[in-house]
Design a protein around this ligand. Structure first.
Ligand code: FES
Length: 162
């Protein structure tokens, strides 16, 4: 595999360089179904993933990364790997798979690939947690399990059996 002297003093694969120079799916999703943010306390880099879910599939995946070039390439490739996958399939993406998909990373940059799958999985878990919550049948506002009425629209939620 051809390595290039790339960002700073590290040797990166052409794929890393390409995704760093032209990252895919950068940005935020308005009203995302799930958000996951992870950070590395040592280097201070932070990665956030935003997802949209349709029929159990990731219909859109975007990211915002404050970090090194490798972290940006990792975010970009993870967004491509995850888009269109079912939630179960996306949960099987590992950090090792991410590094392999990029054609490898220098050993001291492997920690950057750890953020990618972790942030994606966190966004999926956030979605799963939200969809497990109760919603008002009238306005779809979030309600607590025991609420006698919806706090958003005020409708009575108690079944009086009539
Ligand atoms: S140096 Fe921290 S994520 Fe790359």
């Amino acid at each position: 595999m051809k390595l290039e002297r790339g960002i700073g003093m590290f040797d990166y694969s052409q794929k890393v360089m390409e995704h760093f120079a032209n990252p895919r799916n950068v940005g935020e999703i308005k009203n995302p179904d799930g958000v996951g943010t992870v950070g590395n306390p040592v280097c201070g880099d932070v990665m956030s993933f935003y997802i949209k879910v349709d029929n159990g599939r990731l219909s859109d995946v975007k990211f915002k990364t404050f970090g090194c070039g490798a972290a940006i390439a990792v975010s970009s490739i993870v967004s491509e790997m995850a888009k269109g996958k079912t939630l179960q399939e996306a949960m099987t993406i590992t950090n090792k798979m991410v590094a392999a998909e990029l054609g490898g990373l220098p050993p001291n940059k492997l920690h950057c690939s750890n953020l990618g799958a972790d942030a994606l999985h966190k966004a999926i878990e956030d979605y799963q947690q939200k969809s497990a919550e109760c919603h008002c049948p009238y306005c779809d506002g979030r309600i607590s399990d025991e609420a006698p009425f919806c706090q958003a629209c005020g409708k009575d939620l108690v079944d009086r059996g009539s």
